[in-house]
Ligand binder design. Structure first.
Ligand SMILES: [Zn+2]
Length: 199
C-alpha cells in the first residue's frame, strides 16, 4: 500500500493539531501548502509562527497577550477608572472594536472550571485586588461568558470583592444564556454593556 512520505505526513499532522481541523481538512491544507503556496509564502508562514510564539507574552499588569512587558492599554493614562474583567485577549479586542468602553481590562486567561480541574489559582486573579487599590478603580464590570463556568467565575470574583469599596456590575442584556463573548457581534456587546446590572 502506498502511503504519503513522512515529511508530507508530518505536515498533515501539524494542521491536525488545530481545533476544528479533522484529517480531511488537514490533508487539504497540506496539499494547498505544497501546490498553491510559493516558497516565499511558506517561509513567511513558518517565520510568523515561530516569531509569534517567541515574542508574545502576557502583560504583567492586565494579563493581555502582548509583545511588551506592559501593554499599550495599561500604559494609556487617559483610561477611566473602570475595570472590565474578561476571559481572554480576544474579548478585549471585541469590546475595543465597539468603542463604547473607555476603562481598563483585566484578562483572566481562563475560567474556573472544576470539571477541567481549573480552580481560582489557575486564572489571573492574584493581581486583581492589588490593581483595584493601586489604580483606584471605582467600578468593576464582570464580562465573563454567560456559560456555567463564566457565571461561576463571576460569582467567585464578586465574593472576592465583597470587602472592597467598589461597585460591581455584571453585563447581561442581549447576551443569550450560554453565549461566549468571543462569538458575540458588536451590537450584542454594546447592548450587553448598556444593560449591565449591579451584581
Ligand atoms: Zn496590560
Amino acid at each position: 500500500m502506498i502511503k504519503y512520505p513522512d515529511c508530507f505526513k508530518e505536515l498533515i499532522e501539524c494542521f491536525e493539531m488545530y481545533p476544528g481541523i479533522g484529517p480531511k481538512t488537514a490533508e487539504r491544507l497540506a496539499f494547498f501548502t505544497l501546490i498553491q503556496l510559493d516558497q516565499e509564502s511558506v517561509q513567511k508562514f513558518s517565520y510568523a509562527l515561530t516569531q509569534a510564539k517567541e515574542k508574545m507574552k502576557t502583560c504583567t499588569i492586565c494579563g493581555m497577550l502582548t509583545d511588551q512587558d506592559c501593554c499599550d492599554l495599561c500604559k494609556d493614562t487617559t483610561r477611566e477608572k473602570k475595570l472590565m474583567i474578561v476571559e481572554n485577549t480576544k474579548d478585549v479586542i471585541a469590546f475595543e472594536k465597539t468603542n463604547t468602553f473607555h476603562g481598563k481590562y483585566h484578562v483572566l486567561n481562563g475560567v474556573i472550571s472544576p470539571l477541567n480541574g481549573k480552580g481560582p489559582e489557575d486564572i489571573h486573579l492574584d493581581h486583581l485586588l492589588e490593581r483595584i487599590e493601586k489604580e483606584k478603580i471605582e467600578e468593576i464590570i464582570l464580562a465573563t461568558s454567560s456559560t456555567i463556568e463564566g457565571e461561576m467565575t463571576a460569582l467567585y470574583i464578586k465574593k472576592m470583592l465583597e470587602e472592597k469599596q467598589v461597585k460591581v456590575f455584571r453585563i447581561g442584556y442581549g447576551l443569550p444564556a450560554g453565549a461566549d463573548i468571543e462569538y458575540a457581534d458588536e451590537i450584542t456587546l454594546i447592548k450587553a454593556l448598556e444593560g449591565k446590572k449591579e451584581f
